[in-house]
Design a protein around this ligand. Structure first.
Ligand code: GLU
Length: 309
């Protein structure tokens, strides 16, 4: 086991927390602005069921963009590779997550990848179900299976707060509808997307999800395949190429593990074949990644040689 004790993690968390004051909590979703920028916690989940942690790991956070990896896995299982990638691309953009610029420059207004908001809206649109409620429940049940926790729900406050202020996502949605990539009511889709982003869990659950991806989609405690190996592989590849917004290249060089961040300050990491990581640190850097969370991963990666490259 690479890092055995909570004490070892405590030391690293205290070091990493020093940079939190250089970041800023996201407030474009008003509810997220209430977070304490100084918070930092981490959980590491091993395949043998062992879990180590530091900081207030019981604190719940909303998934925000971390949810994009899980909705992608679900639609790949629902619709298959061809259907999904006919509608959303595989290339990193180098642009901010909510940018509209490239959609207009492309011949077909197909979003470049499923990790940017335009791509994620198309992915959420593809979740199967007879109505919005059923689609949301299917996503939530899938998350219950991966995290092995049926208590996970969503924050109505955060969902509502984002729904009321999601002007940019609304414009992306209408743009994509105009170009035939979405054919449902955009307000309805936004209702589903904002609930997806507001799914709430603690770092332990987040680490458990990272673990299942790290183990190629297999739940190590039951041996059950929750995510087919090819789907898990695609998810991890997107995490490497576009999981950390337009800082994914630097992250791959400095840290070198598949990871996905969200504007709530969450980071979900999957160290292939080894363990899952869940981090919460709401102060963000200028790219939108948890500033202390990245520092913490940098310290861990250096100390324990985690880079897969
Ligand atoms: N719900 C957020 C949005 O669409 C997610 C963004 C993120 O975490 O990157 O703006």
């Amino acid at each position: 086991m690479f890092c055995k004790s909570n004490e070892e993690l405590d030391t690293l968390v205290n070091d990493a927390r020093k940079v939190a004051s250089l970041g800023k909590v996201a407030d474009y979703i008003p509810e997220l602005g209430k977070a304490n920028g100084n918070d930092l916690s981490i959980a590491i989940h091993y395949p043998d069921g062992n879990c180590i942690s530091a900081g207030d790991v019981e604190r719940k956070i909303t998934l925000q963009s971390v949810s994009k990896v899980i909705s992608l896995a679900l639609v790949l299982m629902d619709r298959g590779y061809q259907y999904v990638f006919d509608r959303v691309g595989m290339e990193p953009t180098g642009d901010p997550f909510n940018s509209i610029a490239r959609l207009e420059r492309a011949n077909v207004a197909k979003p470049l990848n499923p990790m940017i908001n335009a791509g994620a809206l198309v992915v959420t649109h593809m979740i199967k179900g007879n109505n919005v409620e059923e689609r949301f429940q299917r996503l939530l049940n899938f998350i219950h299976d991966i995290a092995d926790n049926r208590k996970i729900g969503y924050s109505t406050n955060v969902a509502q707060s984002e729904f009321e202020t999601a002007y940019l996502n609304r414009s992306l949605g209408y743009f994509l509808k105009q170009h035939g990539l979405i054919n449902e009511d955009i307000e309805q889709l936004l209702g589903l997307y904002t609930r997806q982003c507001a799914i709430e869990m603690n770092c332990l659950d987040l680490a458990r999800i990272g673990l299942v991806l790290a183990m190629d989609g297999v739940d190590p405690s039951s041996g059950k395949v929750i995510i087919p190996v090819d789907v898990a592989r695609i998810c991890k590849t997107f995490m490497v190429t576009c999981g950390m917004y337009d800082a994914s290249g630097e992250f791959a060089i400095k840290i070198g593990i598949p990871a996905k961040s969200g504007v709530s300050g969450g980071i979900m990491g999957a160290v292939p074949g080894k363990f899952g990581i869940g981090i919460f640190g709401p102060a963000l850097d200028e790219k939108g990644n948890s500033i202390a969370g990245i520092k913490l991963l940098e310290l861990l990666s250096k100390k324990y040689r985690l880079s897969m490259f």
